[in-house]
Design a protein around this ligand. Structure first.
Ligand SMILES: Cc1ncc(COP(=O)(O)O)c(C=O)c1O
Length: 382
């Protein structure tokens, strides 16, 4: 029987990750395809959630999120990035950044409006646009530097352009968007009445002294930016589904009007625990530790990958390494999992124009060092 799925969602098949997971299990592979940690979140986060449950935090939170978490997020944005948000009118807690992007697209797009998506992209952006009745206009960037072609983007902007999805640090590119590019995009958004949807989920994972620049910290962008982030990567808790959307008051109002009918509110005890972690981060040096641990994971994986035939690019942020193989990336990954027992993602799937990403392979290093060493030994055939 054919699925009754609405036509706008039909182009989006079952995610490549499901098929790769199946292959990885069949071949007992080390799974560097999936972008979630194989280690536990910090004990303080778990303890805070347990305490919240013991204290009876089991019922609905306010739809916009607990004041304690919104205050902690405002304080974090101010002290770390110098960005001022009013926790009452500019911050909304959602069920992960994923709900944030869905809700933002639904809240801000009219049917037929356009959204610009930069390739390679996080796979959820185009379905969000489609579900909102919008049309996605893709703009490629290419290996190894993934530089934005601002002229090409400017040429695509028109009176129907409503959203521009930006992702910094980028998955899978590993790139941080530079201030000068963001300023140009901010001016374009202002001119056309569009919004920059800034997915900053990997904001705390950067390397070699690079620091994350929030899109909203660029003066030209502040009033046109909807920032998404979450606890998923920052606290190694992708299953908790705690995220947030920061945006100017009228945009926040629109986001909240939709959010109340999507999930209503994110999980109460988990919101509380994330608030505690943000409150204590400055004292505990949590973010520095996270970054140092990821630097070690990155160099461990790169050490092995450099012994292979792949042409590599070292990421400035996020937790993926991209390599380029000779030939077709899908066939390469299928062969890798079957013959070496390591699962990676054929990165042409992050392109609408598949040929632009042909030969690219993505490895996730959000894994314990033991996992990375085992994968590495298999990759180099030892
Ligand atoms: C770029 C990017 N944005 C968003 C997400 C999902 O975030 P969340 O777990 O907060 O929904 C991911 C997860 O892999 C991601 O890579």
């Amino acid at each position: 029987m054919t699925t009754p799925l609405r036509s706008s969602m039909r182009p989006f098949g079952v995610s490549v990750f499901s098929r790769l997971t199946e292959l990885a299990i069949r071949h007992r592979a080390v799974n560097l395809a999936q972008g979630f940690p194989d280690f536990a979140p910090p004990p303080a986060l778990i303890a805070a959630a347990e305490q919240a449950m013991a204290d009876g935090l089991h019922q609905y939170a306010p739809s916009i999120g607990y004041p304690r978490l919104r205050n902690a997020l405002a304080e974090h944005a101010k002290s770390r990035y110098g960005v001022d948000y009013d926790p009452d009118t500019e911050i909304t807690v959602t069920a992960g950044a994923t709900e944030g992007m869905w809700t933002a697209a639904t809240a801000l797009m009219e049917p037929g409006d356009e959204a610009i998506v930069i390739e390679p992209f996080y796979e959820t952006y185009p379905p969000c646009v489609a579900a909102a009745g919008g049309v996605t206009r893709f703009v490629p960037t290419t290996f190894p530097d993934f530089r934005l072609d601002l002229d090409r983007i400017a040429a695509i902007f028109n009176s129907r352009t409503r959203l521009v999805f930006l992702n910094t640090p980028g998955n899978p590119s590993g790139r941080l968007l530079p201030a000068a590019d963001l300023a140009v995009l901010g001016r374009l958004a202002e001119r056309y009445g569009a919004y920059l949807v800034a997915d900053e989920t990997y904001e705390h994972i950067t390397f070699d002294g690079a620091t994350h620049l929030p899109v909203a910290a660029v003066p030209e962008c502040r009033d046109r930016t909807v920032t998404l982030s979450s606890a998923s990567k920052t606290f190694s808790a992708t299953g908790w589904r705690i995220g947030w959307v920061c945006a100017p008051p009228p945009v926040t109002e629109a986001v909240r009007r939709v959010h109340q009918f999507v999930t209503f509110a994110a999980a109460s005890p988990l919101q509380h625990a994330v608030a505690v972690m943000f409150e204590e981060a400055a004292r505990t040096g949590y973010f520095d530790t996270l970054r140092a641990e990821y630097a070690q994971r990155r160099s461990t994986l790169l050490g092995y990958l450099k012994q292979t035939d792949l042409e590599l690019t070292e990421p400035d942020g996020a937790y993926f390494v991209l390599g380029r193989c000779d030939g077709d990336d899908v066939a390469w990954c299928e062969d890798l999992v079957a013959t070496r027992g390591v699962a990676a993602v054929p990165a042409s799937v992050f392109y609408h124009h598949r040929e632009q990403g042909r030969g690219l392979v993505r490895f996730a290093f959000c894994k314990q060092l033991d996992t990375l060493h085992e994968a590495g030994r298999r990759l180099v055939g030892r």
